[in-house]
Ligand binder design. Sequence first.
Ligand SMILES: NC(=O)c1ccc[n+]([C@@H]2O[C@H](COP(=O)([O-])OP(=O)(O)OC[C@H]3O[C@@H](n4cnc5c(N)ncnc54)[C@H](O)[C@@H]3O)[C@@H](O)[C@H]2O)c1
Length: 412
Amino acid sequence: MDKIRLAIVGCGGMGTRHLYGLRELSQTPFCNVELVALCDIRRENAELAASEAESLLGVRPLIFTDLEEMARQVPDLAAVDVVTDPSVHHSVACEAMELGLHVMVEKPMAITVKACRKMIEASERNNRLLSIAENYRRDVSARLVRHLLETNAIGEPYMGLFHTLSPSNAIFITPWRHLKLRGGPIIDLGVHFTDMIRYQLGDVEEVYGNVRLVEPTRRKPERIHDTYTFYRNRFEAMEAEVPATAEDTSVAIFQMESGVTVNWIVGLGGHGSCGGERILGTKGSIEGFGTRGGRISLKRRSEEEKSFEEILETTDGFTLEPLAEHFFPSRIAVGDKAVDWKLIALEYYELAEAILHGRRIEVDGISGMKDVAAVYSIFESSKLGRVVKMSEVESCQVYDYQSEIDEALGID
Ligand SMILES: NC(=O)c1ccc[n+]([C@@H]2O[C@H](COP(=O)([O-])OP(=O)(O)OC[C@H]3O[C@@H](n4cnc5c(N)ncnc54)[C@H](O)[C@@H]3O)[C@@H](O)[C@H]2O)c1
């Protein structure tokens, strides 16, 4: 099979997990990506990732600390996978596209809507592909919800509930996830959720939102459960306290273009928890929008609630793409320890197919920008104290909250 030559830029926690994604892909007959180089401004992170790559893939990639030098020295490099923290996604991705490389970038696409727009412009100007690595929608559960909605299984949707609130004052994975200028916890998590809401229910029309910072000081947790060396090393080195500058709690009402209303409660801080996702329709409801390794259920009037397994058994015409069928032959990804890596492998496969054979990119720059804009619409509405139209946020006419980030990072 033809393969594209690819480099990863950003060899931290998720960069390491992407290596496992490549390992999953390499073990299938679909493998169309060859990892040839790694780049990180911290050489030690690239070194550690290179050792990990060597044991996972059998070949040690070249190491760089500068993107331009890498593009110059690595022959036939086709694409980079940007897995840095979000504050530099736009600068790394734009530089890569100016250097003639196709780009896949981790979510959130960029730190602000203007930064997303710069990436879309660079992609168009240089005629390079831009793909956003949004993994949740690639899970079987998400594909199945979409199929149920498309086949009218719950009639006309009229309401969605998206609630995930966890009480804590612990540092969430990395200290940078509590800093407004690097992408706070609501952006980091919320962009997965706006992508799922848009994937299942279409585009957002207007938003009323409220955000607050409940935990101004984040503390190092007593332990972490991760087994990856990178995460463990970083945990050892983590400071005891981080002053948080990014809001950690949000409430919103999304009015969708279709007329559906979505009630959103998303937070990672403070006290009290709530959780639950539901799509309500005129003939029934679905529990869950779909998520990595997730399960869903279906309830219709005068019928017993159907479990994930029962839905799969009784639903006609539900198909997955061939690589997903290969990864999930039973179509149940719940409890599959490799599900994180398999979804990443699906992202890589799609990018390479797009480069080699013109396959459509599912989450392109416009879609990634809409996911980011939908989360920021909650912040912008909160700041202005009024309902905001998505068109105002996407066009940057409403931009009070994000302008401080752009100013600090030199995004114009
Ligand atoms: N899709 C998912 O489920 C998922 C899960 C975790 C993280 N992520 C995303 O992955 C990205 C990275 O998150 P992380 O947790 O791995 O962060 P991290 O801090 O662990 O790693 C970031 C790495 O990027 C490097 N870096 C920073 N600036 C750079 C630059 N200009 N050039 C090259 N390297 C640079 C850092 O040195 C570090 O090694 C974020 O966008 C995050 O939201 C996605």
